[in-house]
Write a protein of this length. Structure first.
Length: 193
């Protein structure tokens, strides 16, 4: 029996639609592996997985990278927070707020935090639900961990994050290219060109 194609994915990405197409095309065994965003690049480089759905930016030296889609950034806050009164917000609107975990953009509010607690996305959203601070996450993450006691609002001047499929350059075989084809919408009867 052949080894499965192991594809890692970070929270909020949607590997199921491609896994379904992979199975429908009877391409072989596929194993989906959830990973933390902090480990998304390392698992590919170490060879723990064959490919990964990652949130850019990462160092793509020595990796193939196919950009797939962008995600809208949102702020999540307790349902009684001031942001609940707005339809959208800007970073200036959030300047005096306390972030409960750093945002990948490097943006910090005016009230600079010195110590960042190590928190997963669900823990950060639970913290803001309790009325402590805010968290900036992609819309897909906010939807995944939606709760009745929080609100989410688009942050209009924060750049979107990009989801991409990456794999090592030395692992560019037919199976890998078949999965790339599935992700790009090719069927078993279409070519790579």
């Amino acid at each position: 029996m052949t080894e499965p194609l192991r594809v890692a994915f970070v929270t909020g990405t949607t590997p199921d639609r491609w896994a379904r197409s992979w199975r429908e095309q009877r391409r072989g065994r596929l194993e989906l592996v959830p990973v933390d965003e902090a480990d998304q690049e390392a698992v590919v480089r170490r060879g723990d997985v064959d490919m990964a759905l990652v949130r850019l930016p990462i160092d793509t030296e020595g990796l193939h990278c196919v950009r797939l889609y962008d995600e809208q950034p949102v702020v999540v806050a307790g349902h009684e927070h001031l942001v609940s009164a707005a339809d959208t917000v800007t970073l200036a609107d959030l300047a005096d707020e306390q972030l409960v975990r750093p945002h990948r953009s490097g943006w910090l509010p005016a009230a600079e935090q010195l110590v960042w607690p190590v928190m997963s996305e669900p823990e950060a959203i639970e913290t803001v639900a309790a009325g402590t601070g805010i968290v900036l996450v992609p819309m897909s993450v906010a939807r995944l961990f939606q709760r009745k006691d929080v609100v989410r609002r688009d942050v209009t001047d924060l750049p979107p994050t990009t989801i991409a499929l990456v794999w090592r350059r030395d692992r560019d075989d037919d199976t890998t290219q078949a999965f790339v084809g599935v992700v790009k919408g090719r069927t078993a009867n279409t070519s790579r060109h």
